[in-house]
Design a binder for this molecule. Structure first.
Ligand code: B12
Ligand code: SF4
Length: 660
C-alpha cells in the first residue's frame, strides 16, 4: 500500500512556516542546555555491491539534516554517531559534555533494522529516571513506524516516539516539548506529559505508543497522520552545519570528548550527499517515492545549492557531491535554473566552484528530453548519472524507456562527458541469457556496456514498503515468509538477496545476480578497458572547459589534451573495474551462502504483508494513516487508563513534578 496523501491544498507548509519555526526555536534555545546524540543505524552485513564504498565514505544526509537543524536552532551540543564508523558504539555508555544526553535520536533504513532495534534496547538499559527521550526516524519509520515498538509483553522495549516525516516534524515536536518544559526537567518526562495531554496530536508525522503502565509494553500506537511537506527547500537549515558534529571513527563503545575536527572530515568522507531536488513525476508500481512526496516536486534554488556546495568544499575540502534526487531532470525549468547557476560559477574558474563535481539520479526518458542541455549540465559539474533502466525491454516496468532510447540516452550523456550508470532489476521471468532477443540479463548488460556503462547495479525485484506492489508481493505469495523455518532478517531485504520469487529454483536467480556482476566486473574486462575501453564513445572529451577556451589552444596543445583525456578515460574505466571486482568478492562471500540456503532449505511463501501487530489509530480513534491492511484497529482500546502522573515526574529533583 502506498502512503496516502493529505487533502489537496493542505500538503505543503505555507511559505515561511519553516523559517518562523527555526526562529522561534532559536529564541527558546538559551533557556535549554540540550545535549543530543543522533545515531545512524548501520548493519555491516549489508556491505556488498553495488554500494560497498559509498556506504562508508558518504555520511548519510538524513542524520546530518537532523544535526544541522539542531545546531541551527541553537543546540550545538549535538553529536552524530555513524555505526558505519563506530561499530561498537553503545548508547547505554554515551556521555556528551560529561552527562547522559537529553535526547537520543536514531535514523534507520529498513535493511539496518536489527541494528536500529539494538540501539534502542541498549539505550533503555539506562536508569529510566535518567534515560534520554528516544526519537526514531528515517526511511524505516516513514513506511513502518510500528517497528520501533516492541510487541513482547514480557520484555517491553521501544522508542518513545517515531517521526514519520522530515525536519519540520522533528522541530515541531521539539518546540512543543521545550515550551512545556520546566527548568531542568528531563525531556522524557516532558514528553510523557505532552503525550498524555494530547499536545502532540496536532503535529502530523508522529507515532507514539500508549501503555497502561509506564515502561510497560506498548498496547496501542497513535498515529498523528501524514506530514506536511516543506515546498521551498531553501528554507531548510544549511547542511554544512551537520559536518561539525560527526563522531570520529573508533572501535570504542563510548564517545570522544569532541567531534571529528574539520580538517579530518574529508579523510573519511570523500563524498557529500546533498539534497538538490525531491520527488519524481513517474509512478512506478514498485517505488514508494511518488506517494511519499504526495506527488510534489520540491527543489532548492541554484544559488542556494551553489552556496551549500561552496561552503562544504571550503570548510571541509569535499568537492564530490551526490545529489539525493529521485529524478534530477524531472522538470526542465528547475533543472536548468540549478545547472545554469552552477555552470556560471564554474566558468569563473575560481575556487571552490571550479573544482566541484557531482553525480545524481535521473530517468532515461528525461535524459533524452534534456539532450540539448546536457553540455550545460556537464559544465555545471555533473560527472555521472544513475539511471533506473530496470529492464531494457520494458517488460517489467514501463517508464518511457526501451532499448533504443536507453542506448541513445547513454550515448548522449557520454558525448557530453557525463558517465551513465544503469540500475538494473532482475526478476523471475528474465532468463540469464537469450539467443534471439535482448531479454536476457547478460544480453542487456552487454548492450549497456557497449553503450558506455562503466559501473552497474543489478538487484532482484524486492518488496519495497510504501509502494503500490508491496502488499501484492506478499498476498500473491511471491515474497518469502521464512526460509528453513527462519523469518527473513532485515539486512537481506535489500535487493541483493532473492527474497521474493516464484521461480522453481530461486537459488538460480541468486546465482544469476552473481554471474551478472562477474560478467560486468572481471580481470579480462579490466585489461580490455586499458586497450579499448569505451573511448569510442567520448566520456571525458568534454572536460568541463568552455569551448572558447579550447579554441584558443595551439594544434599541438589540442592533440596533447586529447591524448591525455583518452588515457584518463582508459585508466578510469580500468580503476572502476578493480573497484567492482573488490566489491564482488564481498558480494560472493555474503550472498553465495544464501543461494545454498535457498537450494537446501524449505521456503515458506507469505500470504499477507507484515503489518503492525499492535493496534493503531489516529488521535480521534479513526484508522491510522500509516497502518497497512491487517493492522488491528484500536477503537476498543481508547479507554486505556493512562496514569496522570507518569513515574518520571516523581523524581525528587525534577521541578517538572511541580509544574505538572
Ligand atoms: C542517496 C540514497 C542512497 C545512497 C546513500 C545512502 C546513504 N546512506 O546516505 C546510496 C546510493 C549509498 C544508497 C544505497 C541504498 N539505498 Co538508498 N537512497 C538514497 C535516496 C535517493 C536519498 C537518501 C537521502 O539522503 N535523502 C536525503 C535525506 C535528507 O533524507 P532522508 O534520509 O529521508 O532523511 C530525512 C527524513 O527521513 C528524516 N529523518 C532521517 N533520519 C531521521 C532521524 C530522526 C531521529 C528523525 C526525527 C528524522 C529523520 O529527516 C531527514 C531530513 O528530511 C533515498 C530515496 C529518497 N529520495 O529519500 C534512497 C533510499 C533511502 N534508499 C533505499 C534503499 C533500499 C537503498 C539500498 C538498500 C539499495 C540497494 N539495494 O542497494 C542501499 C543500501 C546501502 C546500505 N548498505 O545502506 C530506500 C530505503 C527504503 C527503506 N524503507 O528503508 C530509499 C528510501 C529509496 C526507496 N526505495 O524509496 N541510497
Ligand atoms: S522513475 Fe525512479 S524515482 Fe520515479 S517513480 Fe520510477 S523508480 Fe521511482
Amino acid at each position: 500500500m502506498e502512503l496516502p496523501s493529505r487533502a489537496k491544498g493542505n500538503i505543503l507548509l505555507a511559505p515561511g512556516e519553516m523559517l518562523a519555526l527555526r526562529e522561534r526555536l532559536r529564541r527558546m534555545a538559551p533557556q535549554h542546555d540540550l545535549a543530543t546524540v543522533i545515531a545512524c543505524a548501520f548493519d555491516h552485513r549489508t556491505r556488498i555491491l553495488p554500494f560497498i564504498y559509498a556506504d562508508m565514505r558518504m555520511p548519510p544526509a538524513g542524520v546530518r539534516a537532523i544535526g544541522s537543524a539542531l545546531v541551527d536552532a541553537g543546540f550545538p551540543k549535538t553529536r552524530i554517531v555513524l555505526q558505519q564508523w563506530n561499530q561498537n558504539f553503545r548508547p547505554s555508555e554515551m556521555r556528551l559534555d560529561g552527562r547522559i544526553p537529553d535526547l537520543f535520536c536514531v535514523s534507520s533504513m529498513h535493511l539496518h533494522g536489527s541494528e536500529c532495534d539494538r540501539l534502542i534496547r541498549d539505550c533503555q538499559r539506562i536508569d529510566p529516571a535518567r534515560r534520554p527521550l528516544i526519537v526514531v526516524g528515517g526511511p524505516r519509520m516513514v513506511y513502518e513506524p510500528w517497528l520501533a515498538f516492541g510487541t513482547d509483553a514480557d520484555n517491553p522495549w521501544g522508542a518513545d516516539v517515531a517521526v514519520t516525516g522530515e525536519e519540520f516534524v522533528f522541530l515541531s515536536l521539539l518546540e512543543v516539548l521545550l515550551s512545556l518544559r520546566a527548568q531542568g526537567e528531563p525531556l522524557r518526562s516532558v514528553f510523557l506529559r505532552a503525550r498524555d495531554s494530547g499536545a502532540l496530536d496536532e503535529i502530523p508525522g508522529l507515532v507514539y505508543a500508549r501503555q497502561s503502565r509506564p515502561d510497560g509494553p506498548a498496547e496501542e500506537l497513535v498515529d498523528t497522520g501524514i506530514q506536511r511537506l516543506l515546498g521551498d527547500l531553501d528554507e531548510l537549515p544549511h547542511p554544512v552545519l551537520g559536518y561539525q558534529l560527526l563522531e570520529a571513527p573508533s572501535r570504542k563503545s563510548t564517545l570522544a570528548s569532541s567531534a571529528l575536527p574539520a580538517k579530518r572530515v574529508r579523510r573519511y568522507s570523500a563524498i557529500s550527499s546533498i539534497v538538490l531536488t525531491v520527488g519524481c513525476k513517474f509512478r512506478c508500481a514498485y517505488c514508494p517515492i511518488p506517494a511519499y512526496n504526495q506527488r510534489q516536486h520540491r527543489t532548492k534554488s541554484g544559488e542556494r545549492i551553489a552556496d551549500e556546495m561552496g561552503r562544504i568544499t571550503t570548510t571541509y575540502g569535499i568537492s564530490f557531491f551526490f545529489g539525493t534526487d529521485d529524478n534530477f531532470f524531472n522538470e526542465t525549468k528547475r533543472t536548468l535554473e540549478i545547472a545554469e547557476t552552477l555552470a556560471r560559477k564554474a566558468a569563473e574558474r575560481k575556487r571552490p566552484h571550479c573544482k566541484i563535481l557531482y553525480g545524481t539520479e535521473a530517468t532515461v526518458h528525461d535524459t533524452i528530453r534534456m539532450q540539448e542541455h546536457l553540455p550545460l549540465i556537464r559544465r555545471s559539474g555533473m560527472a555521472a548519472v544513475w539511471m533506473g533502466v530496470e529492464d531494457l525491454t520494458g517488460t517489467l516496468v514501463k517508464k518511457g524507456q526501451n532499448q533504443s532510447k536507453t542506448i541513445e540516452a547513454f550515448q548522449l550523456l557520454r558525448a557530453s562527458g557525463i558517465a551513465p550508470v544503469p540500475m538494473m532489476m532482475h526478476h523471475d521471468s528474465q532468463p540469464l541469457v537469450t539467443l534471439k532477443s535482448n531479454y536476457g540479463l547478460l544480453n542487456q548488460l552487454r548492450t549497456l556496456r557497449k553503450a558506455g556503462a562503466m559501473y552497474t547495479q543489478v538487484l532482484m525485484l524486492t518488496p519495497a514498503p510504501g509502494s503500490k506492489w508491496y502488499e501484492d508481493t506478499y498476498t500473491s505469495g511471491l515474497a518469502f515468509d521464512a526460509v528453513g523455518g527462519e523469518p527473513l532478517a532485515p539486512h537481506i531485504v535489500d535487493g541483493n538477496y532473492v527474497v521474493a520469487s516464484k521461480h522453481a529454483r530461486p537459488w538460480v536467480k541468486q546465482l544469476n545476480l552473481l554471474i551478472a556482476y562477474l560478467y560486468f566486473f572481471n580481470p579480462l574486462r579490466t585489461l580490455l578497458a586499458l586497450a579499448f575501453s569505451l573511448s569510442r564513445i567520448p566520456l571525458v572529451d568534454a572536460d568541463n572547459r568552455p569551448a572558447a577556451e579550447i579554441a584558443r589552444y595551439s594544434p599541438l596543445a589540442r592533440i596533447a589534451r586529447t591524448l591525455y583525456l583518452k588515457l584518463r578515460g582508459h585508466l578510469l574505466d580500468a580503476a572502476v573495474q578493480v573497484v567492482g571486482m573488490c566489491g564482488l568478492f564481498q558480494t560472493v562471500r555474503r550472498t553465495l551462502p544464501w543461494a545454498w540456503t535457498l537450494l537446501r532449505r524449505d521456503i515458506r511463501h507469505s500470504t499477507r504483508a507484515p503489518a503492525s501487530q499492535l493496534p493503531m489509530r489516529d488521535p480521534q480513534g479513526n484508522p491510522a494513516a500509516h497502518a497497512l491492511p491487517g493492522t488491528p484497529h484500536s477503537h476498543d482500546l481508547l479507554s486505556i487508563t493512562v496514569p496522570q502522573t507518569p513515574r518520571l515526574l516523581s523524581i525528587s529533583d525534577a521541578p517538572a513534578a511541580k509544574a505538572a
